[in-house]
Design a protein around this ligand. Sequence first.
Ligand SMILES: N[C@@H](CCC(=O)N[C@@H](CS)C(=O)NCC(=O)O)C(=O)O
Length: 295
Amino acid sequence: MSSNTPYSPPSVWIWDAKNGGAFANINRPIAGSTHEKVLAVGNHPIQLHSLATPNGVKVTVMLEELLALGFEGAEYDAYLIDIGEGEQFGSGFVDINPNSKIPALVDHSGKEPIRVFESGAILLYLAEKFGAFLPKDVPSRTECLSWLFWQMGSAPYLGGGFGHFYAYAPEKMQYPIDRFTMEVKRQLDVLDRHLADHNFMSGDEYTIADMAIWAWYGQLVLGRLGRLYSAAEFLDAASYKHVLRWAKQINARDAVKRGRMVNRAFGEPYTQLRERHDASDFDTKTQDKIAPSDE
Ligand SMILES: N[C@@H](CCC(=O)N[C@@H](CS)C(=O)NCC(=O)O)C(=O)O
């Protein structure tokens, strides 16, 4: 349908599977699995099923950060869920995330396996399990969780709103692009003002709030074009100086470089570690060269 054609919604919406756009072949209005598919289980306590989108990267960065701190119990197998191929609708994946979205994790270290879905819940689960990247004192912990939940509530405007209409919709429509650009720039300004006098989101400590927010808003402003939606120029990313300072600081961390590569199924082949089963899997990859064209 062209934006020049006024749309009159019918009294009852009908699913037109051919409505266009980058994700038209996977979007569906019903939950549940579309096919039987048993998930693989590797050797490590933690089994991750994901893809290196911002929501996926949050979790792989956290796991690599935990391993860098020496928590052996954070060893993990990361299996790729190709959402473009509809693998999130396989029965095994739906069993661990009834919402059919990456990331989802199963922890086999206890008596019974524990499933965790929703990236914010996974970060909190891991932070509490290992006692790391979540401040212990109540005021700082509360500030950290406020920002973590801010990210979970805000990023759908960035991804599902701005990103979808700016980069993925079958045609450029000014109304939704204006509406979501305004909101995303307001969010960037929220972050910029906060980071003007805070080193990290909840103070001087790098926490799960930074990992969550960096995966979206950090990557939005980083890179020659902007790693997300190639929108850095459009959003005038360079003007958010404090966000940029913080984003570059986090980007330089080795665990972040590794985390970005795990379950990556796009970009230059040497930046992709489609599955991760062992720390040595990174040896064949050049972490410092990850996605040079977007740096
Ligand atoms: N609130 C969820 C959102 C997860 C999400 O939207 N995942 C996307 C990729 S970033 C996905 O799996 N999309 C597949 C689909 O919508 O079918 C989280 O943070 O875990």
